[in-house]
Write a protein that binds this ligand. Structure first.
Ligand SMILES: [Mg+2]
Length: 329
């Protein structure tokens, strides 16, 4: 038998004040599956996200152990219904093991700001080099946030923006926002993710405002339906795909193909994975979507990296061995 596997559980502090489902997130817990076959090694991150994933960490751990046990024993797990995070991490580990995922890729991402970041000199300095940034809106008065967007676009004439309201607005608030954005700036808004609480309001808003729509939360909900078809999401220009919340690499590739056939573009995005997962998402994005810049600028929310550093990051690097090995075979 040449196969072996290990499962690590990591805990990394987060110092961001992120609130998910009403809970302050001060630590990220996840797993890394490490597969070994002869001299080849492949890792994948299994990191369900509290409040967004259907599965808990404990459920993912149990299922990952069954799956890895089968794999080491040479048994087929094709019939196992897997949680999205487990399917993604395991398929990624297999791809790395077999060398299918390209390793030499540009580690580009779109910088992430909030509308209030205008006062942040470091964030503004970094923008001078960028053509595209992402701005979180929906956190203050819509008209004021629109004014901040106007100022940003005036200050950086080459910049385009992806906006994300995370369903914060009523239709009226969304329209307050768009009517306060300078008309001349509208073409520089690449898209807005989820402006309104209700998807039907977001669709109406996109038609009224001329701001292209992207689905993120709506996609996550839709893919859980047994009769899901990507055509049900048309009306948006773009789908924001978080593989940890969707499923295996193969399922993501299929979804990307279907979305493109239906005339939509796709952006791969993080679900707060560690640096190990983020670097793999960058490689996946470059492989499946070479023309699309992924949204992976979430590492700065962590106070340490895990095993594989993100190029250029100065955060301290933890090895997997510094974390708990929960299982091996
Ligand atoms: Mg989003």
């Amino acid at each position: 038998m040449t196969r072996s596997a290990r499962l690590f559980r990591y805990r990394l502090p987060i110092d961001s004040g992120i609130v998910l489902s009403g809970q302050q997130l001060d630590e990220r817990v996840g797993y890394v599956a490490q597969l070994r076959d002869g001299a080849c090694v492949g890792c994948g991150e299994i990191a369900p996200l509290v409040g967004l994933s259907v599965e808990s960490s404990e459920q993912a751990e149990q299922q990952a152990i069954s799956l890895l046990t089968n794999w080491v024993g040479g048994q087929d797990s094709a019939e196992m219904a897997l949680y999205p995070s487990v399917a993604f991490g395991f398929s990624m580990a297999l791809m790395c093991l077999s060398g299918q995922l390209p390793s030499q890729v540009p580690y580009h991402t779109v910088p992430l700001l909030s509308a209030g970041s205008m006062a942040d000199t470091a964030a503004m300095g970094a923008l001078a080099e960028c053509r595209l940034a992402k701005v979180k809106v929906g956190r203050a008065v819509p008209g004021q946030e629109a004014e901040q967007v106007n100022q940003l676009l005036c200050r950086f004439p080459h910049l385009s923006l992806r906006l994300d309201a995370n369903r914060a607005w009523t239709l009226e608030q969304a329209i307050d926002f768009s009517s306060a954005v300078n008309t001349a700036h509208l073409p520089r808004i690449a898209f807005m993710e989820e402006p309104c609480r209700h998807p039907s309001d977001s669709l109406y808003f996109a038609r009224e405002s001329g701001i292209a729509l992207a689905w993120d939360e709506t996609l996550q909900h839709a893919v859980r339906q047994a009769d899901f078809r990507v055509n049900s999401l048309s009306g948006a220009k773009t789908l924001v795909l978080k593989p940890t919340l969707i499923g295996s690499v193969q399922r993501c590739a299929q979804l990307i193909g279907d979305a493109q056939a239906a005339g939509m573009s796709v952006v791969i995005s993080s679900a707060l994975e560690s640096s190990l997962g983020l670097t793999q998402l960058a490689r996946l994005s470059h492989w499946l979507l070479p023309e699309s810049l992924p949204g992976l600028d979430t590492l700065h929310l962590f106070s340490a990296q895990l095993e594989i550093p993100w190029p250029g990051s100065t955060l301290p690097l933890h090895s997997l061995q510094q974390h708990i090995q929960v299982w091996q075979s």
